[in-house]
Write a protein that binds this ligand. Structure first.
Ligand code: 5GP
Ligand code: ZN
Length: 112
């Protein structure tokens, strides 16, 4: 899995932050002036697999690292968007759970 290999450092990425079980790095194809992905270092295909207490803890850690990265990159005051595409209709293309942190421009609603 490509994101597992980014987590181990086997594939290069612009890492911006780490926590015990999560890592944040720049998206290869940014959709906003700031576009970071936050992943758990252990493989989970999607949010749909993040069940039970362990899943809740992992989601909490991923979200918490997203909050920290957004603040460190100066997005907190103006705001930003978290997105977690899940499954086919969710538009997920990489099947390792990841949180998009998007900021630096006005976001619109509804999403596409
Ligand atoms: P999804 O569509 O699954 O929600 O998001 C996958 C994201 O991963 C996309 O925004 C895509 O640009 C990004 N991505 C795919 N391959 C790589 C890669 O090798 N390195 C990095 N940094 N981002 C990637
Ligand atoms: Zn993986």
């Amino acid at each position: 899995c490509i994101f597992c290999r980014i987590a181990t450092g086997e594939i290069p990425a612009q890492i911006v932050a780490r926590s015990d079980h999560a890592v944040a790095f720049r998206d290869l194809s940014p959709q906003a002036p700031t576009h970071v992905l936050v992943i758990p270092t252990s493989h989970l295909a999607s949010a749909a697999e993040a069940t039970g207490e362990a899943g809740a803890a992992l989601l909490g850690e991923v979200m918490a690292l997203g909050v920290r990265v957004a603040a460190e990159l100066g997005l907190a005051e103006a705001g930003y968007r978290f997105v977690m595409n899940t499954g086919r209709e969710g538009g997920q293309t990489v099947h390792h759970l990841h949180l998009h942190v998007l900021g630096g421009r006005q976001m619109r609603w509804p999403p596409g």
